[in-house]
Design a protein around this ligand. Structure first.
Ligand code: ZN
Length: 352
């Protein structure tokens, strides 16, 4: 007997830490299982090493064995802030800053990032420094109220939003904010981009829109933080975009590249004078299954297939526009059957 392997089987294997690269040669993969494997090959989950070519992590600086908090002593915080581990995180922020600047996702000294490094402390970018010239020594350490604990430069004025996101969404360990032009254009229009068109966007991003408030104000932070339960990519009306990741700062940065490329693509697609093709419900469901297996959030988990792509808006809680198929006796309707029988009987009686 052939061994059929479904998406569920693969997800279970991944959850159990089993390798999915040595499946039996005679095994048959369901289409969604095939897609899942393909996606794993193309984009191994950040933080997890792919089965092959496991990188040597022993040489990487390790986090402190006892996590620090804002209550730790000044000396402990300074030691941590100047440790090789903290330095490696500062370097990651600098690299993401340089990429943001090279891609023109930031302007002037705009854009800011933060990484949670303890229960209620975070490393973040300074104010008034271009992301194109960030250096590790520019970074700051703050508590979750925004008080600066370490660092010679002053922390970003938009830090409250990052911290409110981390407080509200315990899974958020890294946050990234910038002003990529195409995605920001959607934010200016107050429109979440239409969905069901490109797989990368559907798997990596879940996009919500927060109304405008003054940048850096607690009200702005609260409105964004309230969306982090269900969204990892938030358009800030008349301002820009902020993303978060439960893995690392690079993944939060990837979300910027992905939403920006997506917004740019659909603007161009809209100019081609052809109707835009979208995913079917089952195709979309497959992508959401992959998304769920990667631990990302999305308000559409649990929605019916027919609800996923039949509208420009996500409508959690709204019942399907397409009536569900009857479970038993396909097409059988007892009432109609009775009427048909009665008419047949009459015709037969007349013929006799
Ligand atoms: Zn901004």
């Amino acid at each position: 007997m052939k061994n059929v392997i479904s998406l569920k089987d693969l997800e279970q294997m991944v959850r159990n830490g089993q390798s999915v690269s040595n499946l039996p040669a005679d095994s048959i993969l369901t289409p969604s299982a095939r897609e899942f494997l393909h996606d794993l090959e193309m984009h191994p989950a950040p933080g997890k090493s792919p089965d092959k070519a496991t990188p040597d992590v022993s040489s990487k600086p390790q986090p402190p064995s006892k996590p620090l908090t804002s209550k730790s002593s000044k000396a402990e915080l300074e030691t941590f802030f100047n440790s090789p581990y903290a330095h490696s995180l500062k370097e990651q922020i600098c690299e993401m800053g340089h990429r943001l600047w090279k891609r023109a996702y930031v302007d002037g000294n705009g854009g800011n990032m933060a990484i949670r490094v303890g229960e209620d402390i975070a490393i973040c970018t300074p104010t008034l420094v271009s992301k194109g010239s960030l250096k590790p020594e520019d970074m700051c350490l703050v508590d979750f109220e925004g008080n600066q604990l370490c660092g010679t430069k002053k922390r970003t004025s938009e830090i409250l939003m990052h911290l409110q996101m981390m407080k509200r969404q315990p899974k958020a360990i890294a946050t990234c904010h910038c002003h990529p032009p195409y995605a920001t254009a959607f934010a200016v229009a107050g429109v979440a981009p239409p969905t069901c068109m490109l797989p990368e966007y559907e798997v990596f991003c879940a996009v919500g829109v927060a109304p405008y408030r003054t940048p850096g104000s607690p009200e702005m932070g609260k409105l964004v933080a309230d969306l982090t339960d269900q969204y990892n990519t938030i358009l800030m009306a008349n301002h820009g975009v902020v993303t978060w990741s439960h893995n690392n700062i690079e993944e939060a940065y990837w979300r910027m590249e992905i939403i920006e490329a997506y917004c740019r693509t659909i603007v161009v697609a809209g100019q081609l004078g052809k109707p835009i093709n979208t995913f079917t419900g089952p195709q979309m469901k497959d992508l959401l299954n992959i998304k769920q297996s990667l631990g990302f959030v999305d308000p559409r988990f649990g929605m019916k297939e027919c609800e996923l792509c039949d509208s420009g808006e996500w409508r959690p809680g709204v019942s399907c526009a397409v009536p569900p198929k009857q479970e038993t006796g396909a097409g059988y309707d007892a009432e109609a059957e009775k009427v048909v029988q009665a008419i047949t009987d009459q015709i037969l009686a007349q013929m006799k």
